[in-house]
Ligand binder design. Structure first.
Ligand code: PEP
Ligand code: CO
Length: 456
């Protein structure tokens, strides 16, 4: 077996464009190189979306999750679409994450870090470069930042102007989220602001209402004791994340700032590397190793413990807590085979890792009629197994990563509300991966909170 240092190629000095000397997977091919250059130049002059202070704050909070003091809740759509950049869609994403985090706070007795898959989640890795329909072959759809979903040559042509449109929409999204939070939308004293229209009909309404009331009581009790309003609790933080897939886009917002050392990717707080682009000698690892942000890496079946160690050494050479989150997505059927040896190896080597389970991407299946779906029971089972395995390895599950929506779509099968395979065609809206709907997401949070409460 190879050792980690034999796997790692020689490391050369890093610059924001040093990734360009490595093989870059999943990048679109632009027919007009000049137009791309002009869009990137424009992009690199636009003001950043986030600041280094917020990024450092998130890193500190993630370090708290590594120590077991906080818990990470990361979630949102598989991919954002330009059409969904509107107020009600954004507000409902915040609402579901707020409600779930409240349930997790109650179960785990820990503060929860809310990290949205939003304000930049516009580029997608694909399993094939092209798609063929009725004898016509066109480039595949790679996300609204790159091309359009419609099946015509014009729509599928990668258009560099879309990079600017995506950046602007990310800016609009984050602006609205900040304003809502600043205005008291996320105030724990007013959870009624986060009620989604159909909450009352949910099978979980009563349990959720009880939790809200109990938190309200604790707040009032604390405030009576201290004689003041708990300002820290009034305001909750929201952070943004997206898959850092399109490396020219990421490079354009990679900056040095006056009062912090190093290079920051200022397009998001937390970029992550996808399962398909984590090759150790590839361009994505090269780009990510040089930025200062906290980062995630998706890991799936096929990764050996030595490769995991090499990834940790390359991406977090100073072994800083909060810098590296491993988002594992093995699937319910394979997690017991894959996760223990990786977690044990990294534990033995004393690596500071935040373990975050993505129970969605390893549990994707296609129905007989060709619909992509995921089963509630498999998602829950991967979470429960991960929780137990990490504990047995002497560490802990520090976070979860979901694809979900605050709407009542029918994309995943199962849960107490009983979505069946036949229901999938009723309200399937996702252009890519199937998401937990509101009730399924809340039920998942309640079950996870129970697991956390039993183990705390
Ligand atoms: C995703 O998060 O949407 C995704 C493509 O995941 P993965 O890289 O884990 O397959
Ligand atoms: Co996805």
């Amino acid at each position: 077996m190879q050792t980690a240092s034999e796997i790692s190629p020689k490391v050369e000095p890093w610059t924001p464009d040093s990734w360009q000397r490595r093989p870059a997977a999943q990048q679109p091919v632009y027919p007009d190189a000049k137009a791309l250059e002009s869009s990137l130049k424009h992009l690199s002059r636009l003001p950043p979306l986030v600041t280094s202070y917020e990024i450092e704050n998130l890193k500190q909070q993630l370090a708290g999750a590594v120590r077991g003091e906080r818990f990470l809740l990361q979630g949102g759509d598989c991919s954002e679409s330009f059409a969904d950049c509107e107020s009600s869609a954004i507000a409902s994403k915040l609402k579901i994450l707020l409600q779930m985090s409240l349930v997790l706070v109650q179960g785990g007795k820990k503060r929860v870090i809310r990290l949205g898959r939003f304000a930049g989640q516009y580029a997608k890795p694909r399993s094939a470069d092209t798609e063929t329909q009725r004898g016509v072959t066109l480039p595949c759809y790679r996300g609204d930042m790159i091309n359009r979903a419609g099946f015509s040559e014009a729509e599928r042509r990668p258009d560099p102007e879309l990079l600017l449109r995506a950046y602007e929409r990310s800016g609009l999204t984050i602006n609205f989220i900040r304003s809502l939070i600043e205005g008291g939308f996320a105030d724990l004293h007013h959870p009624e602001y986060w009620e989604l229209n159909f909450v009352a009909n949910s099978p979980h309404a009563a349990e959720y209402t009880r939790m809200v009331e109990s938190i309200g009581e604790s707040l009032r009790f604390m405030e009576t004791l201290t004689g003041s309003v708990l300002a820290d609790i009034n305001r909750v933080d929201f952070f943004t994340s997206h898959e850092g897939l399109h490396l020219h886009y990421e490079q354009a917002q990679t900056r040095q700032v006056p009062r912090h050392l190093g290079w920051y990717n200022l397009s998001t707080h937390f970029p992550w590397i996808g399962e398909r682009t984590r090759a150790l000698d590839g361009a994505h690892i090269e780009y990510f190793r040089g930025i200062t942000n906290p980062i995630g890496v998706k890991i799936g079946p096929g990764l050996t413990p030595d490769e995991a160690l090499a990834l940790a050494e390359r991406l977090n050479p100073k072994n800083e807590a909060g810098r590296l989150t491993l988002i594992h997505r093995f699937g319910a059927g394979r997690v017991e085979q894959c996760l223990p040896s990786i977690a044990e190896t990294l534990q033995e080597q004393g690596k500071q890792i935040l373990w975050c389970c993505d129970p969605m991407h390893g549990n994707t299946e296609t129905t007989k009629s060709g619909i992509k779906t995921r089963r509630f029971e498999n998602i829950l089972s991967e979470l429960e197994k991960s929780y137990r395995i990490l504990k047995e390895c002497g560490t802990h599950l520090g976070g979860v990563h979901f694809e979900l929506t605050g709407d009542n779509v029918t994309e995943c099968i199962g849960g107490a509300s009983g979505v069946t395979e036949a229901d999938l065609t009723r309200d399937y809206r996702s252009q890519l991966d199937p998401r937990l709907n509101y009730e399924q997401a809340m039920e998942m949070a309640l079950l996870l909170a129970r697991l956390m409460a039993q183990n705390s």
